[in-house]
Design a protein around this ligand. Structure first.
Ligand code: BGP
Length: 482
């Protein structure tokens, strides 16, 4: 069969904190991701995110690093020095679009400077111009789990409204510098993650004794939602096209069966773990089910009518989300499996990868239909892919047939959704060139069409090698045949 939509945008995605390396070069500051050491996992499938790794006292130890631990995100895939080679590979695979992130700490290392760091701007000018030279459209994320650590230290992170202003100043700089070459903007990667793990954006419970964890996480999310809405407002004033989207970690679930008790449980779970975030960015107001939840949890947001107006009047132009797996929900839990930042209910009909992430192409079709029916906004799939532990074979490649199958099935699902009438306009495959895992800091959890020769301790040359899936993707792009 042929993929039907000719102008669909196909591409790959990365993030500065997992890909660039050179964490302290040219004036860049540290971020939390770069302060988490690699720790070998005992059982890959059992973990959701290890929250204790983000305790402030543990992170601070990383600055002196007396134990000599390895901090993988400080080296990433050394894209900072090899970006031309990487962009050449994306162009060679016939990609239309590259989703990348800009590191806030390269532009405003402390957040509160009055002038941006010229060296940081220079790097992104070079990179973005090179993308354009190679004919790639670009989608830029402004914040991909990388609030500068100094903002956490001096301002207490995102609980402080001052950080909203710093973020908007940073966005203004990017719109001024790159507004004419960037095609799409995403203010925050997986904005809902701040509500599961506020520490990842340098907001620490230790700094707020007496404040409940629920208060902390929902206030952090709220302040980021306001920052995002202000950036949308600014972008609509400064940029020629209205092309600012959200990016949400989408956790689609199914009820475990048709027992009404489980259906109600599932509906509640979908509201709180999924619709809440899309409702906020697409409808611009707190849904009643969340207001009720806040009452129950005793969460009282620090906000005012002006903020609520900003939210309401600056909703996003398109929806984007990450989609890796689905899970199940039951009133009485019946077994959990790994998942993106959180454990998910097992589904006996699905297979999973080594990390327990359940593979579900049909779920992508379902999710696309579901979001389209609910919001009627254009949709972009900004992350999707499969992690595998891989080694180069003696032909200096990887025969990753499972990845080819994964892409194949998911691309068919997108086509089906288009046939269903969903307005989905693009897809960027996560970790298109191998990079460090966000959740586990493993280099060996590989997602790419291109293998990067580093192990979990960054032994290796860092050289790039095309996997079998690279050729499959290129052929698909040339023929649109599935
Ligand atoms: C998303 C993040 C990415 C990414 C991906 C895969 O949550 O936006 O940064 O890495 O998931 O997750 P992991 O790297 O933990 O396998």
């Amino acid at each position: 069969m042929k993929f039907t939509k000719k102008d669909f945008l196909w591409g790959g995605a990365t993030a500065a904190n997992q890909f660039e390396g050179e964490f302290n070069k040219d004036g860049k500051s540290l971020n939390v991701a770069e302060m988490v050491p690699y720790v070998k996992l005992q059982d890959r499938a059992s973990i959701p995110l290890d929250i204790s790794a983000f305790a402030k006292k543990n992170l601070e130890k990383s600055i002196e690093n007396k134990e000599g631990l390895h901090y993988p995100k400080r080296i990433g895939s050394n894209h900072y020095n090899r970006y031309k080679e990487d962009i050449d590979l994306l162009a060679e695979a016939k990609m239309d679009i590259y989703r990348m992130s800009i590191s806030w700490g390269r532009i405003y290392p402390n957040g509160d400077e009055s002038k941006p760091n010229e060296k940081g701007l220079e790097f992104y000018h070079n990179l973005l111009n090179y993308c354009k030279q190679k004919g790639l459209k670009v989608m830029v994320t402004l914040h991909h789990f990388d609030t500068p650590y100094p903002i956490g230290v001096k301002y207490g992170g995102w609980m402080n409204k001052e950080v909203i202003n710093m973020f908007v100043k940073y966005a203004k700089t990017l719109f001024t510098e790159f507004g004419n070459i960037v095609d799409f903007w995403l203010p925050f990667n997986e904005i809902n993650v701040s509500c599961f793990a506020p520490m990842m954006s340098a907001t620490f419970p230790e700094d707020y004794p007496g404040v409940s964890y629920d208060q902390l996480r929902f206030q952090t999310l709220h302040n980021q939602l306001i920052a995002q809405a202000e950036v949308v407002q600014l972008g609509h004033e400064m940029l020629k096209k209205k092309n600012i989207g959200c990016m949400i970690a989408n956790m689609t679930t199914y009820p475990i069966d048709c027992n009404p008790v489980n259906i109600i449980e599932w509906q509640k779970s979908e509201q709180v773990s999924r619709y809440f975030f899309f409702d906020m960015v697409a409808k611009g107001e707190y849904p009643t089910y969340i207001i009720k939840l806040f009452e129950k949890l005793n969460v009282r947001l620090d906000t005012n009518p002006e903020e609520m107006n900003i939210l309401k009047n600056n909703t996003v132009d398109f929806l984007s989300f990450s989609y890796y797996m689905t899970g199940t929900v039951a009133k009485k839990e019946e077994g959990k499996t790994g998942g993106n930042l959180m454990a998910m209910g097992k589904n006996p009909f699905l297979k999973a990868n080594e990390w327990g992430w359940q593979i579900d192409p049909q779920g992508l079709r379902y999710t696309l239909n579901d979001l389209w029916n609910r919001y009627h906004l254009p949709i972009f799939i900004s992350e999707n892919g499969i992690g595998h532990d891989e080694k180069l074979n003696d032909k200096k490649t990887v025969d990753d047939d499972y990845r080819i199958d994964y892409m194949h099935q998911h691309f068919i699902a997108i086509n089906d959704a288009l046939e269903d009438g969903v307005d989905v306009f693009g897809y960027t495959m996560w970790g298109v060139i191998d990079l460090v895992s966000a959740g586990t800091s493993e280099m060996s959890k590989r997602y790419g069409l291109v293998y990067v020769d580093y192990d979990d301790y960054h032994n290796g040359t860092g050289d790039r090698f095309k996997k079998k899936s690279f050729n499959w993707f290129k052929n698909f792009k040339e023929t649109l045949e599935l």
